[in-house]
Write a protein that binds this ligand. Structure first.
Ligand code: SME
Length: 170
């Protein structure tokens, strides 16, 4: 059963801290990843630790260009735990894809960053992007930002599963 599978995954993850990466399709990879992220977060209350491990696990599974979090601190997005190259440290509300996802409190999928007005290019290699708000008690407390070096990497499958990842923080 799926709960037995989940228990086995949790035990394995907690026992030896090994991420299981399994699946042929994006859907299958996310389906393997999510319960492992859930068990990680359930065993740790520190938000930075959880953002750090979640970034690492998403990167390990999909090898995106950049995966990370920006946290809302004193009315600005401030760079949090991430995997990938150097990134901008602060983003204002409504600016770029991250600031827009925060402002609208909704997920934004950008197929071609050059066509997104006001896109903030932290890296010129980035071609497409998804930003998912992390909402707690009705407030956006952070965003999960993933960048790809390819065009049109993200779709409704990513939006759906990464939305579930963001819900781990609520
Ligand atoms: N491209 C993002 C900025 C963050 S980084 O690329 C990591 C944006 O427009 O919000």
């Amino acid at each position: 059963s799926s709960s037995l599978l989940q228990l086995r995954l949790s035990l394995r993850l907690l026992a030896d801290f090994r991420l299981i990466i399994k699946g042929e399709t994006k859907e299958e990879l996310y389906a393997t990843l999510l319960p492992q992220l859930k068990s990680l977060v359930e065993g740790e209350s520190d938000i930075i630790a959880n953002m750090a491990n979640i970034s690492a696990c998403i990167m390990d599974t999909f090898h995106f260009w950049w995966v990370g979090f920006y946290r809302v601190i004193d009315g600005t997005l401030v760079l949090g735990p991430f995997q990938g190259p150097l990134a901008c440290t602060r983003i204002k509300r409504g600016k770029g894809v991250c600031g827009t996802a925060w402002d609208k409190a909704e997920t934004i999928v950008v197929e071609d960053v050059e066509k997104f007005p006001g896109h903030i290019a932290c890296s010129s290699a980035s071609r497409s992007e998804i930003v998912v708000p992390v909402i707690r008690n009705g407030e956006v407390i952070a965003v999960l930002d993933i960048d790809s070096e390819h065009l049109s990497t993200f779709d409704d499958i990513d939006k759906n599963w990464l939305g579930k990842v963001a819900e781990l923080f609520t």
